[in-house]
Ligand binder design. Structure first.
Ligand SMILES: CC(C)(COP(=O)(O)OP(=O)(O)OC[C@H]1O[C@@H](n2cnc3c(N)ncnc32)[C@H](O)[C@@H]1OP(=O)(O)O)[C@@H](O)C(=O)NCCC(=O)NCCS
Length: 332
């Protein structure tokens, strides 16, 4: 079933903080080594924030770059949706902080939490408002400062993540023929115990005890998450293609969530795609959670790998579990 959303991406931008943390740097912090990290994850380095830099700052950088590139005034933005699991604060929403900083005084907005599938969910939401005709220029942002919730004494998680943000502009389209053609999002709450941060919410508010027990860090059953992601990334990709009458041969580019190169390659193999049709930048950024897909789109545009009319597939799996997929006819 195709779902013509009458909305398209008309601009992309991304931002990563300048400071780079290499595998060699991590070797000095925990018992790990560059070979293990590269072979098991595909990551060589990641960008990390300095003190005082939060998700809203990265999001603002990406948003401002997008406004400059599109040459549009901030007042023209009417909706801001920010996907993040590392907002500056519990409230106000990061969207409010971004709105104020960029001067988008005619926009309303909110944050959305869907971990690594957050950007696909946020794009689905932004596209619904634009497709319904009530909004003309939606800013959809994925921004995460994963280093704020990572235990740099836990080698099983600290090597995986990085910080970054990406933003896209969503504008009205000819429904069904260009822009967003279809999406599939789902959640599977049974996956909750496999990837979560126990402290800091209403169940375990911050206390000396929660800090002592390291409850404000990411806890992960890596192998479980790995297996689920391998299965669901491929399933959703195939499902979206099949129900829209496409085969993987029609795909110009898959921009997958960047959690582990082996997860990406497993999906790629299942779809029978060669490397030129799959965007990979995990080597440079690690897993930036909600930012991986917009950063991937930004890199694809900069590398000239996206042309008007190309069939593009976005696919992500994250904590929850959350799974998101989207099929687009690239339209700018
Ligand atoms: C985390 C992950 C990279 C681990 O890779 P893996 O091949 O499954 O490795 P395992 O967990 O089986 O661990 C293998 C060994 O490597 C060790 N190891 C773990 N991290 C290590 C590191 N950074 N350096 C060196 N060794 C490490 C483990 O302790 C284990 O040692 P043991 O056999 O002596 O117990 C992998 O499971 C993964 O990517 N999972 C999904 C993560 C993800 O996508 N998260 C975000 C959700 S979108």
């Amino acid at each position: 079933m195709a779902w013509p959303m009458a909305a398209k991406i008309t601009g992309v931008a991304g931002y990563v903080p300048p400071r780079v943390l290499t595998n060699a740097d991590l070797e000095k912090m925990v018992e790990t080594n560059d070979t293990w990290i590269r072979e098991r994850t595909g990551i060589r380095e990641r960008h990390i924030v300095g003190p005082g830099v939060a998700a809203s700052h990265l999001a603002t950088e990406a948003a401002q770059q997008l406004l400059r590139e599109k040459n549009i005034r901030p007042e023209e933005i009417d909706l801001i949706v920010v996907a993040s699991v590392t907002p500056d604060m519990m409230f106000p929403a990061t969207a409010c902080l971004v709105q104020e900083r960029i001067g988008a005084k005619n926009a309303w907005g909110f944050d959305l939490s869907a971990a690594c599938a957050g950007f696909v969910y946020a794009l689905t939401v932004g596209a619904q408002f634009v497709g319904a005709g009530t909004h003309k220029k939606a800013l959809v942002i994925g921004s995460d400062v994963m280093t704020s919730i990572i235990d740099f004494q836990d080698r099983a998680t600290c090597v995986l993540f990085g910080d970054g943000a990406g933003a896209v502009l969503v504008e009205p389209a000819e429904g069904g023929s260009e822009g967003i053609l279809d999406f599939h999002n789902d959640i599977d709450g049974a996956g909750g115990p496999c990837l979560y941060m126990p402290g800091g919410g209403s169940l375990h508010p911050a206390s000396h005890e929660t800090v002592d027990k390291k409850m404000h860090y990411v806890h992960q059953e890596g192998a479980q998450v790995f297996k689920y992601a391998v299965r669901r990334m491929a399933e959703v990709a195939c499902q979206l293609l099949e129900r829209n009458g496409f085969s993987s041969r029609d795909v110009a580019l898959v921009v997958p969530h960047q959690a582990n190169l082996r997860i990406i390659r497993a999906m790629q193999q299942r779809l029978g795609l060669d490397d030129s049709k799959v965007l990979v930048n995990i080597d440079r950024y690690g897993n930036t959670t909600a930012a991986t897909i917009p950063l991937g789109l930004r890199d694809a545009v900069e590398e000239g790998r996206l042309r008007q009319g190309d069939l593009v597939l976005l696919v992500a799996v994250g904590a929850g579990y959350t799974t998101g997929g989207m099929l687009l006819r690239w339209a700018y």
